[in-house]
Ligand binder design. Structure first.
Ligand code: SF4
Length: 461
C-alpha cells in the first residue's frame, strides 16, 4: 500500500494548485452522523466539492464519491461507520471507480487503522482537513493503482481559526461555527483528541458571515462550537460581547447558541441574555452530565451539583419563561445507585423539558476509559430506561402548559399541501396549516395539542 501518511502531508498552501474540474460532474453523497458541528461540516464539504465540480446527489447509489462524516463521541457511531462501509461493497463491485472516504471524528481518531481494517475505504481525512478535500481527491484520482490510499488527519495548529460559513441553501435557519475543539478534558470525552485544542474564529469573520446570511434571507442563526461560551476572539471580544453584537447589529430575528459549559455561564452572559431577550429566545441547553458532585469531580466538569443549580436559578430569574434542555451520562465508572438517583432528582428539580441521555461508553485516549470501576451494561441500560421513564411521564405533564397558549412560530418548512412547520422561541417544533408563502415569516399559532417533542396548533387570525 502506497499510503500518503499524515506525517507526509503538507499544508494546503504548499500543496499543488487544485484543478477546479477534478469532480468532472461526478456525484457526491455524504452520510452524516453526530452533532450540529458535523451537520455544519457536511454542508461545508458539499460546498467545497461543488467548487471542484462534484455534484451533490440524494443517495449513495447515484454517487461516484461517498463520504461518511462520522462521530465518535459515543461508541455506537464508530461501529456504525464500520457497518455502513460494508453496505457499499456491492456498489463498489458494480463501479470499481467509486471512491469511499471517512471524515469527521472517527477519521481523526482511527486514521490509518480504518484503511488497514476496511479495504473498501480509499481515503480518510481528519477534522482539520475538510478544506483540503479537493487536494486529497486530486491525489486519489491521479493514483497509479486503486490500492494506493490517502490519509490526511493531521491537526493544524494555525491560529487564528479560519473557517468561512459555507452553506448551499441556508433556508430560514442555519448554523455558524464560532469555535472548534475543546481544552476542558472532561474525563469521558474524546473531543479534545478528535477536534483538537480550542480555537476561536476571528470576530469580524463571524460578523461578515452573518451579515451575508441575513442578505440571503436567513432569519435565525445558531452559533455552534464544542464550548461556545469560552469563545475568545483575536480582538479581546468574549462570548457575551459576541452574542450582544450579533443580536443587536446583524438584523437577525433570532439567535441561538450551543453547546455551552456550566462553568463558563457567568454573570456577564446572564446580563446579555436579559438585554437581548427579544432576539435570544427563551431556550437554554446546558449539559449537567451528572447530578452528583463526586461523579462530577471524577468527570472533571469543574462545578458541583449546587453550583449548577445556582446557575439554573439565575437563568430562570433572567428569562422567566425559559425552557431548559440538557445532556446526561448514566453509568459513569463508579456511579452508585444513590449517585444515579441524584441525576434523576436533578431532572425533576430543574424541570428539563428535553433531555439527551446516554449510557457511558469508554472512549479511546480518555482518562475514564482507564478507570477500573466500570459499570456493567445491564445496570447502565436499566438506569437509562429508568431515567427516560421518569422524564417521559413528567414531560407529558410539563408541556400541557402550552395548550391554549399563542406562540410566535418562525415558519421554516412547507411539509406538503398547506402544511407548515416551524419553531417557537422555546425551540418547540410546531405543526399547523397555512400557505407555503409563510415560510420565512413569524406567525402567531394557538396551540391545541402539546406532546413532549411536538406541538400542534392553528394560526391565530
Ligand atoms: S466540555 Fe467536556 S464534554 Fe464538552 S467537548 Fe469539552 S471535553 Fe467534551
Amino acid at each position: 500500500m502506497n499510503e500518503m501518511s499524515s506525517e507526509n502531508l503538507q499544508s494546503p498552501d504548499s500543496l499543488k494548485p487544485v484543478n477546479h474540474d477534478i469532480g468532472a460532474g461526478r456525484g457526491v453523497f455524504i452520510s452524516t452522523y453526530g452533532c450540529q458541528m458535523n451537520v455544519n461540516d457536511s454542508e461545508r464539504m458539499y460546498s467545497i466539492l461543488e467548487m471542484s465540480n462534484f455534484m451533490p446527489v440524494e443517495s449513495a447509489e447515484e454517487a461516484s464519491l461517498i463520504i461518511i462524516n462520522s462521530c465518535s463521541v459515543r461508541e455506537k457511531p464508530v461501529h456504525k461507520v464500520y457497518s455502513e462501509v460494508g453496505t457499499y461493497r456491492e456498489l463498489k463491485k458494480k463501479n470499481p471507480d467509486l471512491l469511499i472516504g471517512v471524515g469527521g471524528c472517527v477519521g481523526q481518531q482511527e486514521k490509518e487503522k480504518l484503511i488497514k481494517t476496511q479495504p473498501l475505504i480509499d481515503f480518510v481525512f481528519g477534522t482539520d482537513a475538510i478544506d483540503e478535500l479537493p487536494q486529497t481527491l486530486q491525489t486519489l484520482l491521479g493514483r497509479q493503482s486503486k490500492k494506493e490510499k490517502v490519509v490526511n488527519a493531521q491537526f493544524h495548529h494555525r491560529e487564528p481559526y479560519h473557517v468561512d460559513t459555507l452553506v448551499r441553501n441556508p433556508g430560514v435557519s442555519t448554523f455558524v461555527n464560532i469555535t472548534k475543539g475543546c481544552d476542558n478534558f472532561c474525563t469521558f470525552c474524546v473531543v479534545p483528541f478528535t477536534r483538537g485544542r480550542e480555537k476561536s474564529r476571528p470576530f469580524q469573520h463571524i460578523m461578515t458571515d452573518i451579515h451575508s446570511l441575513v442578505k440571503r434571507g436567513v432569519k435565525e442563526v445558531t452559533l455552534v462550537g464544542q464550548n461556545v461560551n469560552s469563545y475568545k476572539s483575536d480582538c479581546g471580544i468574549d462570548f457575551p460581547d459576541l452574542l450582544k453584537k450579533v443580536a443587536l447589529e446583524t438584523g437577525l430575528e433570532r439567535l441561538r447558541f450551543t453547546t455551552s459549559h456550566p462553568k463558563d455561564y457567568n454573570q456577564k452572559l446572564m446580563d446579555v441574555l436579559a438585554l437581548c431577550q427579544h432576539k435570544l429566545c427563551d431556550y437554554v441547553h446546558l449539559p449537567f452530565q451528572s447530578g452528583n458532585t463526586r461523579i462530577l469531580e471524577r468527570m472533571n466538569r469543574g462545578y458541583t451539583r449546587e453550583e449548577y443549580l445556582e446557575k439554573i436559578r439565575q437563568i430562570k430569574a433572567t428569562i422567566p419563561n425559559v425552557v431548559l434542555s440538557t445532556d446526561i451520562i448514566v453509568g459513569f465508572p463508579g456511579e452508585t445507585e444513590e449517585e444515579f438517583l441524584d441525576t434523576v432528582s436533578m431532572v425533576k428539580e430543574v424541570g428539563f423539558e428535553t433531555i439527551f441521555a446516554f449510557k457511558y461508553s469508554p472512549r479511546p485516549f480518555t482518562k475514564a476509559a482507564r478507570f477500573e470501576d466500570q459499570i456493567d451494561e445491564v445496570t447502565k441500560s436499566r438506569r437509562l430506561n429508568h431515567l427516560f421513564d421518569v422524564h417521559n411521564k413528567l414531560s407529558f405533564e410539563w408541556v400541557k402548559k402550552y395548550e391554549g397558549q399563542t406562540l410566535q412560530i418562525l415558519v421554516d418548512k412547507a411539509e406538503g399541501e398547506n402544511k407548515l412547520s416551524g419553531r417557537s422561541t422555546q425551540n418547540k417544533v410546531t405543526y399547523f396549516e397555512g400557505p407555503e408563502s409563510l415560510v420565512g415569516q413569524t406567525v402567531p399559532v394557538k396551540i391545541h395539542k402539546a406532546l413532549p417533542n411536538v406541538l400542534r396548533g392553528v394560526i391565530e387570525q
